[in-house]
Design a protein. Structure first.
Length: 132
C-alpha cells in the first residue's frame, strides 16, 4: 500500500479522521476502479494506525437528477467499502438542496448545519465563544 501525502500527516495524536468524497470529484467521474482501490488503501492504513474513521457518504441529490445519476455509484461504493471495516462510522451528511446556491454547492447556512451535525455525531462540544 502506497501511503498518500495527506495520510503521512496523520500522526500518533490524530486518532480520528473524516473522509468525505467531494461532490465535484464524483461529478467529474473519477475512474471507479481507481476510486475503490484508493479508498480501500486509505482505510487499511488508517485501520492499521488504530484510527476511528468517519466516512461521509456523498450527498443524496433528489432535485438535480443529473448529479444524482453521477454521484449514486460513488455513494454506493463508499457505503459498501466502509461497511467492511469495524473502525469506520458511516455518516449521512445533512443535505438540503434548497440551500445550494447553484444547485450543487452549499450556501453558508448548509455548511453551518453540516458542521453542527458533525460536532454532534463526533460527541464534541462547541467552544464557549462559538455559542454566543
Amino acid at each position: 500500500v502506497t501511503i498518500p501525502d495527506w495520510l503521512r500527516c496523520v500522526g500518533p495524536n490524530n486518532d480520528q479522521v473524516i473522509i468525505w468524497l467531494g461532490t465535484n470529484d464524483a461529478l467529474q467521474g473519477i475512474y471507479m476502479p481507481h476510486f475503490k482501490t484508493k479508498l480501500r488503501d486509505h482505510l487499511q492504513v488508517l485501520e492499521g494506525r488504530g484510527c476511528r474513521v468517519y466516512l461521509v457518504l456523498p450527498p443524496l441529490f433528489v432535485q438535480n437528477h443529473e448529479a444524482a445519476a453521477k454521484i449514486e455509484p460513488y455513494r454506493d461504493v463508499t457505503l459498501d467499502i466502509g461497511l467492511q471495516y469495524t473502525n469506520v462510522t458511516i455518516i449521512e451528511p445533512v443535505w438540503n438542496e434548497d440551500l445550494l446556491f447553484d444547485g450543487l454547492h452549499q450556501e453558508p447556512a448548509l455548511h453551518f448545519w453540516q458542521a453542527v451535525d458533525f460536532i454532534n455525531k463526533l460527541g464534541l462540544t462547541l467552544p464557549e465563544e462559538a455559542e454566543q
